[in-house]
Design a protein around this ligand. Structure first.
Ligand SMILES: NC(=O)c1ccc[n+]([C@@H]2O[C@H](COP(=O)([O-])OP(=O)(O)OC[C@H]3O[C@@H](n4cnc5c(N)ncnc54)[C@H](OP(=O)(O)O)[C@@H]3O)[C@@H](O)[C@H]2O)c1
Length: 253
């Protein structure tokens, strides 16, 4: 089997696994953040967990770019910059903005995220920088790229703004939970997840390949079930929780 065949084999298996995870996560919440609980093995610092689990997404994509055969072509470079702006922030800025400094996460969640980021970096980076067809520069003017690019940055802004609101709910040293207000929280309980889904939907459109599509499917699989669990959690915890607020799709669900 050559690498091209291997890649496609992995892509279908990996996307199929995402569909199974999507169903499973409606019944079991991943044990981190507000759903951290006993019985899931050893724990570690939540902050350093984020750094460790997201670092492969930054480093491997750089490695695939550097060892690829289209290092200085325009479209791969634009896509590389989009990816890295997100992942450098997620790896070295986001974790150090978190409050509730002593929060713990399970080592299991971190290890699963490492595996996800390694496979996802391969699926995206290896295709973009070596296995896939070369993009012509005019792809940047293609309606699919333009729409994807706009969606990517729209999702990025919603995601970052919503995470910013959540992080600032706590004063330094606080650890509890409050009702978030403002921005997209007017409409949904998990706008950070909504933004992330829009962002990687945009990425899938801008790249227009199987690896990017599988990333989008995985993002929905990880975050949509959790958004519903978070929404129920808020409704149970706060009697005064806004009744018009939905879980993840404004006005709908
Ligand atoms: N692409 C993917 O598959 C994927 C998967 C997972 C996460 N992510 C992204 O990673 C980022 C973080 O995800 P997450 O699941 O950790 O988000 P989260 O549960 O919403 O938490 C984000 C931060 O805000 C704090 N927080 C949340 N709700 C709060 C409240 N009501 N009051 C006070 N503080 C609150 C959390 O504290 P605690 O940690 O103490 O709860 C945490 O520090 C998001 O942008 C998400 O989209 C992406």
């Amino acid at each position: 089997m050559n690498e091209f065949e291997f890649y496609h084999w992995i892509a279908y298996a990996w996307t199929g696994l995402a569909v199974m995870v999507f169903i499973l996560l409606f019944f079991v919440q991943a044990p981190y953040g507000r759903f951290t609980r006993k019985g899931w093995g050893p724990t570690m610092s939540s902050r350093w967990g984020w750094v460790l689990q997201e670092a492969p997404a930054v480093l491997l994509i750089l490695g695939f770019w550097w060892t690829g055969d289209r290092r200085f072509e325009l479209v791969p470079l634009v896509l590389l910059v989009m990816w890295q702006i997100h992942y450098v922030h997620r790896t070295v800025i986001f974790p150090f903005r978190l409050r509730g400094e002593r929060r713990q996460t399970t080592v299991l969640t971190v290890l699963m995220a490492v595996v996800f980021n390694v496979v996802n970096a391969y699926m995206n980076g290896r295709w973009l920088f070596f296995l896939g067809p070369h993009y012509v520069d005019s792809w940047l003017m293609d309606p699919r790229f333009i729409m994807g690019f706009l969606l990517f940055w729209t999702g990025f802004i919603i995601n970052k703004h919503s995470d910013h609101v959540l992080i600032n709910l706590r004063k330094p040293g606080e650890t509890g939970y409050k009702i978030p207000i403002g921005g997209m929280f007017r409409f949904v309980s998990a706008p950070n997840y909504l933004g992330e889904i829009i962002q990687w939907g945009g990425w899938a459109l801008a790249c227009y390949n199987l690896g990017a599509l599988s990333f989008f499917v995985w993002t929905v699989a990880n975050l949509a079930p959790r958004a519903f669990a978070v929404h129920r959690w808020y409704q149970e915890k706060f009697k005064e929780y806004p009744s018009e607020r939905r879980a993840i799709i404004p006005f709908i669900a």
